[in-house]
Design a protein around this ligand. Sequence first.
Ligand SMILES: [Zn+2]
Length: 302
Amino acid sequence: MSLLPIVWDARYSPVFPESHRFPMAKFQLLKDWVDLHVPKTRCYSPTPCALEILTATHHPDYVQGFQTGTLDQKAMREIGLPWSAGLRDRTLLALGGSIKTCELAREFGLASHLAGGTHHAHYDRGSGFCIYNDLAVSARYLVSQGFASRVLIFDCDVHQGDGTAAILANDAHTFTCSIHAKKNFPVRKVGSDLDMNCPDGMTDDAYVSLVLETLDAVIASWHPDFVIYDAGSDVHVDDVLGRLSVTTEGLYARDYGVISRIRGLGIPCATVIGGGYDKDRVRVAARHGVVVRAAQAVFAQD
Ligand SMILES: [Zn+2]
């Protein structure tokens, strides 16, 4: 029986204001959902990301400021999350979780993180609920360890991956591709190696075709040897911050299509959940579960 490696930790959901727009409880609820709906998984616990790995991608002063809770109010406002020791600890732990997921993907071909996708974090500042950029940190880690030399970051979160694009702009070992809603946050986008803009209200067929054709084109032209897939569920029609009209079936078609193409070529693939927003935390957790369900289906056939 093939068990899909997943990475998660109970500390991903620390005590947090219940009414906050960021649904911190969703990580626990996602694990509950996966246990119920995707039983053929094996869960691994992460270790916190080492500071020397973190500072290979982020400015040491920014890291020091966040770790000690001494960032100024403006910097914390831009992040949009209230600082606490629990938030600090879960942030380093989830960053370590994305790295662990990449290591497992290297070993098993495919692995899924039940967190990650903090693509708005820049070199020296956080933004849009993102503190450190796990996509950039993980890609740099893979290359520095000799685990990969051409890492594709395939970002399907509904928001543009501005932080990842900025951090990795001059990195020849990475390719950043963002497929997002044109009119959504961030207002000031930073050019990725490839950006695809989606019109408001885009529906399943047009959206899934765009994603899969874009992936095929990037793989054919750039030849990645590792893919980090940000499967943001905020493209969903019911997401409160998305502007697209993708159904749960469309989400599954996207995730299954992306992962099966990558694995069909024998390329290791690590998935992260990206963004997803809903007042109903159980519903948003279920939408994040779609990528795990799709990954498990691909893994079982590998
Ligand atoms: Zn998003």
